[in-house]
Design a protein around this ligand. Structure first.
Ligand code: ATP
Ligand code: MG
Length: 442
C-alpha cells in the first residue's frame, strides 16, 4: 500500500471530513485537563491539533512533546468554530489526532521562547541565537518580506528590459579611493573585496543597455551605527541612452513603487505584526541638495559643514517633506562634485555640481545614483582632477573607447528598505547573519 502523502497546513481546509497526514514543528502545547492541544507549524502556517483522552497512545506521545519537537500526525480534519471577528484570520480547521509520532527533538532547553508573540530580546541575544530566533513568527516575518522584496526587484527590472548580471567580487586593485576595501590573500598576492559593482555594471550596460545586479557588497567601514553592516546586498541598476539623470530617477521611482506594492499585497500579515504600512504610491519629490540645506537652516536652525547633509539632516528633511507633501521618500539632487566619485557627470550649467541624487526613505539614505561620464577625455580629466592615478583605471577607461551611450544608474541598499518599512531599530535585524566590526559569527 502507498503511504499517505503529506498535506500542508495551509491546504488542510480543503480536506474537511478526511484523514490527512501533516508534518511540522510543535509551536506550543497546551493541556486542558485530559485534553491536549498542540499548535503545529509548517512552512505554510499553523493549525491546532486536538488529542482526545480516548486516544491513549496519542495522548502518551502528546504528553512528551514540547515546543520545537518535530512530529508527524495523522488525523481527521474538522471544521472549527470561528469566533466573530476572526474570520479569515484564525484557521478554520483543526485536526482530531489519531496517530502522533515524534520525528525529532531539540537537545535540552531552548535558549529563547520561539512561540512568543513579541520576542523582546536585545540585539546581541537575538543575533547570538539567530537560527532559532528566526523560528519566531515576528522575526521570520522580516525575511518573508525580504524575500518578496528581492522577487519584486527582479520582476520590475526584467519587465523594464534589464538583463541580470553577476559581477566579480574579488578585485585586483582597490580603486575609488581605497579606504573601505577589505584586503584578502589571493594565492601569492593580495586582492580586494568589491565595495561596489560600479565599474562592471557600466561595462555590462555598454553591452546590454540595461543591466541589474542583486549582489553582495563589502564595506570595510568601522561603523557602529544602526544603518551600516560590513556585508550587505545591493540592488544595482545601470541604463543607457538616457536624456538626463531624470530618466534614472523615474526608473528608480517605478522600481520602489513596484516593490512597495508587491509587499503590501502579499505580506499583510507580516506587516501587521509590526503595525507597519508600505508607503503610498505618491510621486517622489525632487529637491536640490542646496535647497534642502536652506530648508534645514530656515526650518530647523541647522547649520551644515562642507555643503553636505548628515544623518540628522536627512531625518529632518524627510520629516519636512512628509509634512509638506505627504511623501515618505524624497530625491535630493545635484550634489557638489567634491562629495561625489570621479565618474559622476558634472552639471552643464555649473560644473561645481553633479547630475547625481540620493534617495531618502523615512529619514534614511537608501540609494545613491546619477548620470555617469561616458567619454574618455572627460573621464581622464575627472580622474586627474580628483588627484587619482590614471594607471589605476586603465581597464575602466577602456570600457569607454568603443562607443558608450549616455547612461546612469543607482546602488540601492536592500536591507535598509526593509529596516525602514518595518521601523526596525537596527539594520542588523534585517540581515540574516550580519557582519559588523565585532561580529563574524554565527
Ligand atoms: P552612508 O552615507 O549611509 O554610509 P554611502 O553613501 O556610503 O552610505 P553608497 O556607496 O551610496 O553608500 O551605497 C549605495 C547604497 O548602499 C546606500 O544608499 C545604502 O542603501 C547601501 N549601503 C551603503 N553602505 C552600506 C552599509 N555599510 N550597510 C548597509 N547598506 C549600505
Ligand atoms: Mg550614498
Amino acid at each position: 500500500m502507498k503511504a499517505m502523502e503529506r498535506t500542508l497546513i495551509g491546504e488542510a481546509s480543503q480536506h474537511i471530513g478526511a484523514v490527512v497526514k501533516l508534518r511540522g514543528w510543535v509551536h506550543i502545547r497546551r493541556d486542558h485537563g485530559k485534553l491536549i492541544f498542540i499548535e503545529l507549524r509548517d512552512r505554510s502556517g499553523k493549525l491546532q491539533l486536538v488529542v482526545l483522552p480516548d486516544k491513549p497512545a496519542a495522548t502518551l506521545v502528546a504528553k512528551e512533546v514540547r515546543s520545537e519537537f518535530l512530529v508527524e500526525v495523522t488525523g481527521l480534519v474538522k471544521e472549527r468554530p470561528v469566533k466573530a471577528g476572526q474570520e479569515g484570520v484564525a484557521p478554520a480547521v483543526e485536526i482530531e489526532v489519531d496517530k502522533l509520532i515524534i520525528v525529532g527533538r531539540p537537545e535540552g532547553e531552548l535558549p529563547i521562547d520561539v512561540s512568543a508573540l513579541d520576542l523582546d530580546l536585545n540585539l546581541e541575544t537575538l543575533l547570538n541565537y539567530r537560527t532559532v530566533a528566526l523560528r519566531n513568527d515576528k522575526v521570520r516575518a522580516i525575511f518573508e518580506i525580504y524575500s518578496e522584496l528581492l522577487a519584486a526587484y527582479d520582476e520590475v527590472m526584467r519587465a523594464g528590459g534589464f538583463v541580470e548580471i553577476k559581477t566579480p567580487k574579488i578585485l585586483e586593485a582597490a580603486t575609488e579611493g581605497g579606504a573601505n576595501f577589505f584586503k584578502i590573500k589571493y594565492f601569492d598576492r593580495d586582492a580586494f573585496l568589491a565595495q561596489s559593482p560600479q565599474f562592471y555594471k557600466q561595462a555590462g550596460m555598454s553591452v546590454f543597455e540595461r543591466v541589474f545586479e542583486i549582489g553582495t557588497v563589502f564595506r570595510a567601514e568601522p561603523h557602529f551605527t544602526t544603518r551600516h553592516v560590513n556585508e550587505y546586498t545591493g540592488l544595482d541598476a545601470e541604463l543607457g541612452f538616457i536624456d538626463s539623470v531624470e530618466d534614472v530617477m523615474v526608473e528608480l521611482e517605478k522600481t520602489m513603487q513596484h516593490m512597495f506594492r508587491r509587499i503590501g499585497e502579499r505580506c499583510s500579515a507580516q506587516l501587521g505584526r509590526y503595525e507597519a504600512v508600505v508607503p503610498e504610491a505618491v510621486a517622489i519629490p525632487r529637491i536640490r541638495l542646496s535647497e534642502a540645506l536652506q530648508i534645514l537652516k530656515k526650518e530647523y536652525n541647522k547649520e551644515v559643514e562642507n555643503e553636505d547633509i548628515d544623518g540628522e539632516g536627512e531625518r529632518m528633511i524627510c520629516e519636512y517633506i512628509k509634512k509638506t507633501s505627504g511623501s515618505d521618500l524624497v530625491f535630493l539632487t545635484h550634489y557638489p562634485a567634491h562629495l561625489r566619485p570621479f565618474y559622476s557627470m558634472p552639471s552643464v550649467d555649473d560644473p561645481k555640481y553633479t547630475e547625481t541624487f540620493d534617495l531618502l526613505f523615512r529619514g534614511l539614505e537608501i540609494a545613491s545614483g546619477g548620470q555617469r561620464i561616458h567619454s574618455v577625455s572627460q573621464l581622464t580629466a575627472s580622474i586627474e582632477k580628483k588627484g587619482l592615478r590614471l594607471d589605476d583605471f586603465k581597464h575602466y577607461i577602456d570600457i569607454f573607447r568603443f562607443g558608450v551611450p549616455p547612461h546612469g544608474g543607482w546602488g540601492l541598499g536592500s536591507e535598509r528598505i526593509v529596516q525602514k518599512i518595518l521601523n526596525l531599530g537596527s539594520i542588523k535585524e534585517a540581515v540574516l547573519y550580519p557582519r559588523d566590526v565585532k561580529r563574524l559569527a554565527p
